[in-house]
Design a binder for this molecule. Structure first.
Ligand code: NAP
Length: 285
């Protein structure tokens, strides 16, 4: 195995440390503590774990965690009312509604109701639109985590061939937009892409955000490429990514492991976004 391992845990720890220092400076300056409101509907075990980690990390960096846990039977109108209350609450700088939501609730309606200035997941149409315009507001956490890892590795993106596999609103599209903004030449692949391996093999930077275990093997990786695997797939053997790690590591220059690559970055960037939201609200009055 030749590839360098990109240690997301270490980079995420450094981001959290940076945020912690910046939070202390903000508290000193603004005389208030930034607050992140989390909303967890129902009792999905994976969501419980994610939200628990987000809350702990929020407090660890010196911010306030405000938590709501409505029952799974909540009606859409009631959840919208909760979001409106959080929009109005001056102690709340960021609002995170953990997805997925129960079937009776439209995720789009709930996300769209979040005040874009408090949209620390970066998923509202306003923030997605700002990113598309090349004038980003709050950017989705996993994509900005990917960019942070690339920056940490010192990857030169200007003019580089970047291939993103996946075109979701949550990961693929915003990653592609950020790479484009960094002046990479970006190709976005999806389930209808004709020759996936050949397209991926063009990539200096390959980002996989698919949700299919080990979809991309050695044939999909150019010699010397940087491979960022966003995929998290739960198999009996444990968590695996969308890239066949062992095979890809034989040809790549650097690769993220799963777990321990992109995953830890998502929460770190959420904390960063919450502080950014607090600063934006403080300066805009
Ligand atoms: P998603 O909404 O299901 O989107 C998956 C994308 O992959 C779609 O654009 C789909 O194409 C494409 N696709 C599916 N099968 C394909 C195939 N055989 N060949 C090429 N493209 C294919 O998923 P997501 O929310 O973006 O998440 C992607 C992965 O990232 C998942 O494993 C998820 O668990 C993981 N994830 C990790 C984090 C983290 O913090 N590490 C955060 C978010 C997501 P179409 O558009 O044509 O259907």
């Amino acid at each position: 195995m030749a590839a360098r391992i990109i240690d997301g845990k270490a980079v995420a720890a450094a981001v959290r440390e940076r945020v912690k220092v910046d939070v202390a400076a903000y508290v000193e300056e603004a005389g208030r503590v930034p607050g992140l409101a989390t909303v967890l509907v129902g009792e999905d075990p994976a969501s419980q774990v994610y939200v628990g980690m987000k809350r702990r990390n929020t407090e660890d960096v010196g911010m306030r965690s405000i938590h709501h846990e409505p029952e799974a039977s909540i009606r859409e109108e009631e959840l919208l009312e909760l979001v409106r209350e959080l929009n109005e609450d001056d102690d709340v700088d960021g609002i995170l509604v953990q997805l997925p939501l129960p079937a009776q609730i439209s995720e789009n309606a709930i996300v769209a109701a979040i005040d874009p200035r408090k949209d620390v997941d970066g998923l509202t149409p306003i923030n997605a639109g700002l990113l598309a315009h090349g004038d980003p507001g709050l950017v989705p956490c996993t994509p900005s985590g990917v960019m942070e890892l690339l920056a940490h590795e010192g990857v030169g993106l200007e003019g580089a061939e970047a291939v993103v596999v996946g075109r979701s609103k949550l990961v693929g599209v915003p990653v592609a937009r950020l790479l484009l903004q960094a002046n990479a030449t970006v190709t976005v692949c999806h389930s209808r892409t004709r020759d996936l391996d050949a397209t991926c093999r063009r990539a200096d930077v390959l980002v996989a955000a698919v949700g299919v275990p080990r979809l991309l093997g050695k044939e999909a990786v150019k010699e010397g490429a940087i491979v960022i695997d966003v995929g998290v797939n739960r198999l009996e053997e444990g968590l695996v990514g969308d890239v066949d790690y062992e095979a890809a590591a034989e040809v790549a220059a650097a690769i993220t492991p799963v777990p321990g690559g992109v995953g830890p970055m998502t929460i770190a960037m959420l904390l960063d976004n919450t502080l950014q939201a607090a600063r934006m609200r403080t300066t805009s009055g």
